[in-house]
Design a protein around this ligand. Structure first.
Ligand code: AHG
Ligand code: MN
Ligand code: MN
Length: 363
């Protein structure tokens, strides 16, 4: 028999825990439950239209006013069922639920909170393009843990991103991966579908500081703020422009997949605040999309910003709050932040924003 050459996620967590002799094991058990939820979702996605769950949309609209796919609903159920029983959580919050989910009274309550996007990029499902799940672990307030009366409320989740205990995502791509930070670097695990185990394949991931690749939905360009227009126009100007080098562009429409590419080879991802709908401060949600991915990026030496401040320093004001997101290779994100702080009235380089330019603003 061949001995397995790699560490499993379980072994990795046990070895990490040895560094904290007082740890109870609750945290490890929670992460393994989250990983189990991801494995179940991965299995359902992997069989596509052959499975019992059709990938076509459920014809429903979620609390965010967005089209809900059947797999959004199913993945949410999987996350709730697999994580509610273990006694590690005081409550959960999901993109698909308007209010926080309290742990049912017949289960013990634990000291952590879990916020998640059960399926990210779900508009990619019917075209068989990568999707993922994103999660964030926070500490629960004392009053919610076992034996105490009080249930979790929205306020309990409104913690700044730097207070996260752990964050991660699963990527359901050509292979399924589980990427985790516990505030001590970033590790990535690949699912062996035969053993149904995650194995450590990428230790201490680091995001290259320099890049020549950016990701943005350019169909929103007419709504972009001036610093974003300036940055993108400079990238597009290539070798002969102010940056003096050519850039490449990608857009998958699944932040998990974009974040993963950036972790692997660098780049910058932007879903910035824009002027399309001034009531919404961006497209992505702070608590279960932006914060966990920002934590991972910063733990890998990258940077995550709204353009105006570090994402991890934003004080959340509501459970489903949206936020502008600019993340990835540090030098690029810092450059964009400088464009935000530069005085207004910056000269935009021709010809991209002039009358006939690619990204001109209509009168
Ligand atoms: P979700 O599927 O959870 O609603 O999230 C999709 C998000 C994000 O992953 C992606 O970057 C963005 O929406 C894509 O938006 P556009 O369709 O505007 O490109
Ligand atoms: Mn999402
Ligand atoms: Mn989602």
């Amino acid at each position: 028999m061949q001995i397995l050459p790699r560490k499993t996620l379980t072994q990795f967590l046990i070895e990490e825990r040895r560094r904290y002799p007082d740890a109870t094991g609750d945290f490890n058990a929670l992460i393994l439950d989250v990983a189990m939820a991801c494995k179940q979702i991965a299995r359902t996605i992997a069989v596509g239209a052959l499975g019992e769950v059709q990938v076509a949309d459920a014809g429903a609209i979620n609390v965010q006013g967005e089209v809900q796919q059947r797999l959004d609903v199913l993945s949410n159920e999987v996350f709730l069922r697999v994580n509610e029983w273990g006694g590690h959580l005081a409550g959960m919050a999901s993109e698909e639920l308007e209010f926080p989910y309290p742990i049912p009274p017949h289960y013990p309550r634990g000291k952590y909170l879990l916020a998640f996007d059960p399926l990210d990029g779900s508009s990619n499902l019917d075209v068989n393009v990568s999707v993922g799940s994103i999660f964030s672990v926070l500490r629960a307030p004392e009053r919610c843990i076992d034996g105490k009366e009080s249930e979790v409320i929205e306020q309990d989740f409104l913690q700044q991103g730097y207070q996260q205990v752990a964050a991660g995502y699963a990527l359901y791509g050509p292979s399924t991966m589980f990427v985790l930070t516990v505030g001590n670097g970033v590790s990535a695990f690949t699912l062996d579908p035969n053993l149904c185990e995650f194995f450590l394949t990428h230790a201490n991931l680091t995001v290259p500081e320099e890049t020549h690749e950016f990701a943005i939905n350019a169909s929103n360009s007419r709504f972009w703020e001036a610093p974003v227009k300036r940055y993108i126009s400079e990238c597009l100007a290539g070798k002969t422009g102010p940056r003096g080098k050519d850039f490449n562009m990608r857009w998958i429409a699944s932040m998990v997949a974009e974040a993963h590419r950036i972790l692997m080879r660098g780049g910058v991802f932007m879903y910035p605040r824009d002027n399309r709908n001034l009531d919404k401060a961006g497209r992505l949600r702070l608590l279960y999309e932006a914060n966990p991915i920002a934590f991972i990026m910063e733990q890998a030496g990258g940077r995550a910003s709204t353009g105006r401040q570090s994402i991890l320093s934003v004080q959340p004001s509501s459970l489903h709050q949206r936020i502008g997101v600019i993340l990835g290779s540090k030098n690029e994100v810092e450059r964009i932040e400088r464009y935000y702080t530069d005085p207004p009235g910056i000269e935009l380089p021709d010809p991209l924003f002039n009358e006939r330019g690619l990204f001109r603003t209509p009168a």
